[in-house]
Design a protein around this ligand. Structure first.
Ligand code: UCC
Ligand code: FAD
Length: 525
């Protein structure tokens, strides 16, 4: 799955392709999406250091060898050779705010031994890392990227392999020397008991002379690891819509077979119930909106990595800012997608669960892996890890107010909202839908308010921005091919959120037919 984002010949579209595959996979992948996401982030970080002329020139021969080997493994399609990665940031002192990180790294090149190859061939890492990491998912990954404090002050980012080559060693669990690969100074203190993501080991780890390599400049740890955060936040949003997509699939199937009512009331198949179909149509419409925000973000990620020489369609042209504004747009979109998509997805999955009645709630061992309740519990973590919703909102406000990048981020959003609104497609612009004016008002509020004063309403700011972007994405989506479902979903959203006058309700049968089209997807003209 990760390799799709690196070795396929689709340029900017390799990311949407990768994430469409991930979206389909996520509901049944036993949470390997978590190590995959961190693997993807680590690959992206190492690619930057290996390919950027200045960063690459700063690498020593040993660093280049280690980074190249890790990068090849992180993007490999061969399961025997491929690596996944962890990402260790959280400590007992804080996960949202890592400034009190206690894990310390000391430069001690002597005594470093080889890893994953014969002793001495590649030093295991000149830094000795000691401390305690409080939440470490994908503990069974082959490497990790972590934050630690150095004597010079500030946090730095390190790459550390999980195993070292030591023919005399026993494994952590005391098993005899297997293949000669002992853990690299890591001890599992305990595995966390969790509400969800049961198939994913999350551990508390004691680091005792873990050997590693510094990535990037000393003291710039947050900058370095933010490359990973960008990727894992997109993955989180994709996992959220993937979960909802699966939940909806099950709810749709159930509605085709479950009969309800009886006694004094008419007995009917759920699919014939106007109320049940209205409920599923609301979930489906929200899913469609969140999908657009998520996959637009994946497209922006792709464009940030590959130049887009020929614009593939007028619709995409309308959504693509000028080249120099792509990075600033990604800075916004990766946080926005994670916050705006993950949070409502939990409620949407709950609604899918409810759509199955009591069956939806069952968690006995056999049902668990077929049913929505497991996906629901796995989805609940998405608004928490990789930055809680409020933390992402505060970061987004800081990014938009940033002395250097803030103006470009606002300019990027400005360009996208205006161009998308100006898109001449097959759907008209309903009176009262004024995203350009709404965005202008929000932008001048952001520009004209002190950062500290904006923080209390950071979530409202982000949701207003999310709604504006979602509305133009829905508009362009509806306008590209005249799809009736796309148009209906767009109109319902702007009636709900933009004060567009509601259309008169049709007959019960007409409304049911529209809802059925939204739920089961018969909308083409
Ligand atoms: O939870 C975790 C793993 C779980 C499993 C992963 C699965 C993935 C999905 C799978 C789906 C199935 S790992 C732990 C994740 N932890 C977090 O996400 C931490 C949340 N907290 C934040 O994001 C905070 O905003 C911090 C830690 C980044 C804030 O730290 P500081 O020290 O207060 O730093 P600043 O001042 O906010 O940022 C320092 C610099 C600034 O630039 P300059 O120096 O130019 O002013 C920021 O603009 O770093 C820049 N920066 C960023 N740049 C900060 N955040 C970002 C960013 N996201 N992108 C680009
Ligand atoms: P806190 O930061 O204490 O947050 C508590 C509350 O305070 C939250 O509601 C938050 O929104 C709010 N808050 C915090 N700061 C602010 C602020 N500035 N303004 C307003 N509100 C604020 N971490 C890793 O490093 N690696 C992993 O592999 C990993 N795996 C995880 C797996 C699971 C299953 C879980 C649940 C967590 C995992 N984490 C991992 C940890 C996760 O990233 C953190 O829990 C998360 O970032 C929140 O940090 P915290 O737990 O310290 O909460």
């Amino acid at each position: 799955m990760v390799a799709t984002g690196y070795d396929t010949p689709y340029g900017a579209f390799c990311r949407p392709l990768q994430f469409l595959r991930t979206h389909l996979w996520v509901g049944s992948c036993a949470n390997v999406g978590c190590p995959s996401a961190m693997q993807d982030g680590a690959a992206c970080l190492l690619r930057r250091h290996l390919s950027h002329p200045e960063l690459s020139a700063a690498l020593s021969a040993a660093e280049r060898k280690v980074f190249t080997d890790a990068y090849k493994r992180l993007t490999s399609r061969d399961p025997k050779y491929a690596w996944t990665s962890g990402q260790w940031m959280t400590e007992r002192t804080g996960g949202s705010d890592v400034s009190l990180t206690e894990t310390a790294a000391t430069y001690q090149p002597e005594g470093a031994i080889g890893f994953a190859c014969k002793q001495g061939e590649i030093p295991l890492g000149p830094w000795s890392i000691n401390g305690f990491k409080w939440f470490s998912s994908a503990t069974d990954s082959e490497m990790t990227v972590l934050l630690a404090r150095t004597a010079a002050g500030g946090l730095s980012t390190f790459l550390a392999p999980m195993r070292k080559y030591d023919p005399e060693a026993t494994t952590l669990t005391g098993e005899p020397k297997d293949d000669g690969k002992a853990l690299n100074g890591v001890r599992i203190q305990r595995l966390k008991n969790k509400f969800g993501t049961q198939s994913l080991p999350t551990a508390e780890l004691v680091l005792d002379n873990m050997r590693g390599w510094m990535v990037g400049r000393e003291g710039r740890g947050i900058h370095e690891i933010s490359t990973i955060l960008t990727l894992t936040r997109v993955h989180s949003a994709v996992a959220a819509v993937g979960g909802v997509g699966r939940g909806l699939g099950i709810a749709r199937a159930y509605a085709l077979v479950r009969d309800v009512g009886g006694g004094g009331r008419k007995r009917m198949r759920l699919v014939d119930s106007p109320l049940h179909m209205r409920t599923l149509a609301k979930i489906s419409a929200e899913y469609r909106r969140l999908m657009l925000v998520t996959f637009y973000t994946s497209y922006v990620l792709g464009v940030s990595e590959h130049s887009l020489d020929a614009r593939p369609s007028p619709a995409l042209d309308a959504l693509t800012p000028q080249k120099k504004l792509v990075e600033p747009l990604l800075r916004i979109m990766s946080q926005l997608a994670k916050a705006y998509v993950c949070k409502p997805s939990v409620a949407l999955l709950f609604s899918c669960m409810e759509a199955l009645g009591g069956v939806g709630y069952l968690v006995n061992e056999e049902q668990e892996y077929l049913n929505i309740s497991r996906i629901y519990r796995d989805t609940c973590v998405l608004p928490i890890w990789e930055g809680t919703t409020d933390v992402l909102c505060t970061d987004l406000v800081r990014a938009m107010k940033h002395a250097r990048g803030g103006a470009d981020s606002l300019a990027a959003l400005d360009e996208v909202v205006r161009k998308a609104w100006g898109f001449e497609g097959r759907t008209g612009r309903p009176a009262g839908w004024e995203p350009v004016e709404k965005w202008a008002a929000l932008k001048s509020k952001i520009e004209g308010t002190e950062q500290a004063d904006l923080m209390g309403e950071a979530r409202e700011v982000v949701w207003q921005l999310g709604d504006i972007l979602a509305s133009v994405l829905l508009y362009v989506d509806a306008g590209t091919d005249g799809n009736l479902v796309a148009k209906e979903v767009f109109l319902r959203f702007v009636e709900d959120k933009f004060g567009v006058e509601r259309r008169a309700r049709g007959s019960t049968e007409d409304e049911l037919n529209k809802d059925l089209a939204i739920v089961y997807g018969h909308g083409g003209d």
